[in-house]
Design a protein around this ligand. Sequence first.
Ligand SMILES: Cc1ncc(C[n+]2csc(CCOP(=O)(O)OP(=O)(O)O)c2C)c(N)n1
Length: 720
Amino acid sequence: MDLRHYQRLHLQLSPATNRLSLLPLSTSFLLPPPTRLSTPLFNSESTPTPPLSTPLLDTITSPSDLNSLTIQQLKVLSNELRWDVIKSVSETGGHLGSSLGVVEMTVALHHVFQAPEDKIIWDVSHQCYPHKILTGRRSGMSTLRQLGGISGFCKMKESEYDAMGAGHSSTSISAAQGYSIAKSLLNKPRNNCIAIIGDGAITGGMAYEAMNSAGYLKNRMIVILNDNGQVSLPTGTPSAGGTGAASSLSATTSQILVSKPFQDFRSVAKGLSGLFPENIQEFNKKIDEYARGIVSGGTLFEELGFYYVGPLDGHDLDNFVPILEKLRDSPSNKPVLLHVKTTKGKGYAPAEAASDKMHGVAKFDVATGVQIKGKKGPPSLTSVFANELVGVAEEDRTVVGITAAMPGGTGMDIFGRRFPKRTFDVGIAEQHAVTMAAAMAAEGLKPFVCIYSTFMQRGYDQVVHDVAIQNLPVRMILDRAGLVGNDGPTHHGAYDLSYMGCIPNLIIMAPSDEIELKNMIRTAHSIDDSPSVVRYPRGTGYGVEKLKNLFGYDLPEGIPAEGKKVEIGKGRIVRNTGRAGAARKDKVAILSFGTRLHESLLAANELEESDKDIAVTVADARFMKPLDIDLVRSLAADHSAIITVEENSRGGFGDSVLHFLSLDGLLDSGDLKFRPMNLPDAYFEAGPQYEQYETAGLNAKHIKGTVLRLMEKTKVPQLS
Ligand SMILES: Cc1ncc(C[n+]2csc(CCOP(=O)(O)OP(=O)(O)O)c2C)c(N)n1
């Protein structure tokens, strides 16, 4: 759909009535029949008219093109840019709401500052699409988050305008401080370093560490707090009041803003006067203090050593631009906190109306905001986990669930709807979540801490120091463990087996399918004498047919309603070779850990079908720690080769098996071959998950290839 079509839609739908109106006769034949939308698409108050074309945006090839534009032109540009973002994301999917909320801010920043020399640093950077469009990547937007395309986040390799790559939150203030110190020590002529951080990202502890240090060291920098009242995804949990923000900081600032109107430009500008030398201060100091003092939200930042300015309306370019200019021209070295209020999803009625403000979306229809859903398949592993935990918690009132700002992603929203008082959303604070869970466990609760594998990297010391060394039975549920698709390298759960596997006292399990996931949740619940980890990838279960036909389950009544505990440290043989009498030299064992068992079984079936001399056994390790050494010994005794398969980088399951084989002397005689199949030592760019498995070499055909090479049926390519 091109912009002309938006214009036609705009004409078609009157905001007041949601009915067909104003339709020019000459174009009426182009339009679908009149529709009635539950939400008016174009809200005349907040949404300017969608542009018919983008003449101003078309002239922008680099951000310096914005420098000479008037405020009026910047407003026109913002309107064109907003619709360009909507159009792009409707075709690729991605993070929409956050980008729409910062359109005017992005335009203002690139108008006032001189990137790339001035550093504009986006926290998390899921809101960077307008920035990408203005910094020479407009034509790449059709490839956003696609294989070989541009990233959905800021990425230093991609553009000199991406001052810092991101994806994880709360890093921007540290980065701005680092740039500022470097610029000052290197005597660079300009020192403008701006961190833009949301009220969600600022709940992360690192942001306060950085503010504390910047305030104390007095580094010149601007932190823009982008306050849109949404901290978690989707926002809040029932325990935090339903849709309330999971942050008291955000709640405080919101209260201030509803209880009094925004400060107008004059009072904020008075607040700025303190940043200028005495002799050029235009404003009365008393009024300045008053202007800042009435906003109690600023006190915290002032205490940290920041000069607090705000709050101001982040969509109001008339005020925003001159304030940024003042900050740019201020000779002060004191760090500044500019508190800006924005609306997530601004200007696109379906996004403004959605509870998650269309935070992350699939492709969608621009006219209605309705997302294009894939075919309905088996339930996601996330929901299988959450529903099983609900079952466990029905029987045991000591079970509690914890999420760090990801209730939707981790299934804690499902748990929270059933047990609002036993669900805790701590904001983007993984470290805190883990230690809090440790103490809950010490006092007799059974905490399930549900965090994506990639974000658990933040809580690593807490896992070691507060959970494992204290030997507290915290259940750590790592969702998205493995390759995650379009979010790309910052989000893959590629390392948890490596960083968890080396910690003593930890039980580590990975289910191979949805039934095993249910079993492992029951198992984790039963482990009261040590911490435990259950990790599983992004994706769905396999469904009854596949579970019966490929995995060999007997499921007369479908998937069992409840999981069953499995024996700790015990794996299982899932597929015995069809060649009962095969000699050891012709036998290969595939030992899988996690959901690559599916691909291992496919490979085994194909191998035995295509080559009568090869016999393949497939085993599911279930536990990486404690490793089922009896199973490994028996596979070693009966087979001439063992292949391990896992969705983790080196240092994970395969290395644990190899370590054991070596220590146990099973490799000493030289008649046992071993090959670990894991994620190669590389970063996997955005793309469909299946393609990433292809690139990683973890699909059935790669497992088959590895077996054929081990059995000397094909040549071994030299490792480069
Ligand atoms: C360390 C870490 N934990 C969790 C996330 C997942 N996450 C991405 S955006 C987001 C919310 C960010 O809120 P905010 O900064 O206010 O930006 P908004 O989405 O509201 O624009 C969360 C929790 C993350 N990126 N990094």
